[in-house]
Design a protein around this ligand. Structure first.
Ligand code: ZN
Length: 315
């Protein structure tokens, strides 16, 4: 789809291009044809290079690089720091906390928590130093989200990927961290009621859409309820997410997409020249006690230049 008309650009705020390519290599054509703009997440330097190769023909894809809490190791820490310093990445993450309990690393023992905290704090400091936003992955760690809210509130933006709810915590966190963006994916379509309540309660200015592709497959609705429609999620599922948010909020799909797009309009890979235009400037309004006062007005309007004129090294 040519985005020169008024059609809002579909936004995929969180997906894994390298992992998606492994199961559905054709997604890149779809991504380009649908005119998607997205933030591809990687966990290591090899993944970043692979993602750039894969997305080279897709026009609008930024990359976030983070040390995942399910594997809280520092092997790639130096590579991450170098990429953040060089302006190669648009955000730090996904990073955060995962205490789902399905592995020793994610079982909340004092040791596991210490390991995840160390890796997260390293990345938080990196984001603070480099002025980059963070993409958060959180499972069963709401207390830690609130513990770090003060520092998160001073970042350029905080994307809470696949926000699962509940709504009262979303609103509370948004009060403390006005630059928080709550990203919703297919769990919303697959019957997650707390996520749906959050998507209904939050202001449109705090919503993003994502696929987490390939990791969140769409499921069939009732009466079959819950049968995976395929084994992976992919770019075209963004339409399901946008239409579900529209349904939940009683708004038009186009209005939802436009609200989402206005927060993350980016064309071309992030580079030293494009990164500063992708996120709101750090204003004084939120750099102190973020819990007080109204959310600042952001200006997301400045778009990065067309990739054909950017200094990306990937093409
Ligand atoms: Zn992910």
């Amino acid at each position: 789809m040519d985005q020169s008309d008024d059609t809002p650009m579909p936004i995929d705020a969180h997906f894994h291009a390298d992992d998606l390519f492994a199961v559905a290599p054709g997604f890149v054509d779809e991504y380009r044809e649908l005119g998607v703009s997205g933030l591809a997440s990687v966990h290591d330097d090899a993944g970043l290079e692979a993602t750039r190769r894969i997305m080279a023909g897709a026009r609008a894809a930024l990359v976030s690089f983070g040390l995942h809490p399910q594997l809280p190791r520092m092997d790639e820490a130096d590579a991450l720091a170098a990429r953040a310093a060089s302006g190669d990445i648009a955000a730090v993450g996904e990073c955060g906390f995962d205490f789902y309990g399905d592995s020793p690393e994610t079982t909340r023992t004092p040791e596991a928590e210490a390991a995840q905290r160390a890796v997260f704090e390293y990345q938080l400091e990196l984001a603070e130093r480099s002025g980059l936003p963070v993409v958060l992955h959180l499972r069963r760690a709401d207390d830690l989200l609130f513990e770090y809210a003060g520092r998160l509130a001073r970042l350029r933006a905080v994307i809470l990927h696949s926000w699962p709810g509940p709504a009262n915590e979303a609103l509370d966190f948004l009060r403390r961290c006005p630059r928080a963006l709550f990203s919703f994916g297919l769990p919303l379509c697959n019957g997650n009621r707390k996520a749906a309540a959050s998507a209904a309660a939050l202001p449109a200015s705090a919503l993003l859409t994502e696929t987490d592709a390939p990791y969140q497959p769409p499921r069939s609705p009732a009466p079959e309820g819950g049968r995976p429609l395929r084994a992976w999620s992919t770019t075209s599922d963004l339409a399901r997410v946008a239409s579900r948010i529209a349904e939940i909020r009683g708004e038009g799909e186009r209005a939802v997409m436009a609200a989402v797009e206005s927060k993350m309009s980016a064309r071309g890979y992030c580079s030293a020249t494009t990164a500063p235009t992708l996120w709101p400037p750090l204003g004084s309004a939120c750099s102190g006690s973020a819990a007080s006062g109204p959310p600042p007005r952001w200006t997301w309007s400045a778009r990065a230049s067309d990739p054909s004129s950017s200094s990306t090294s990937t093409r």
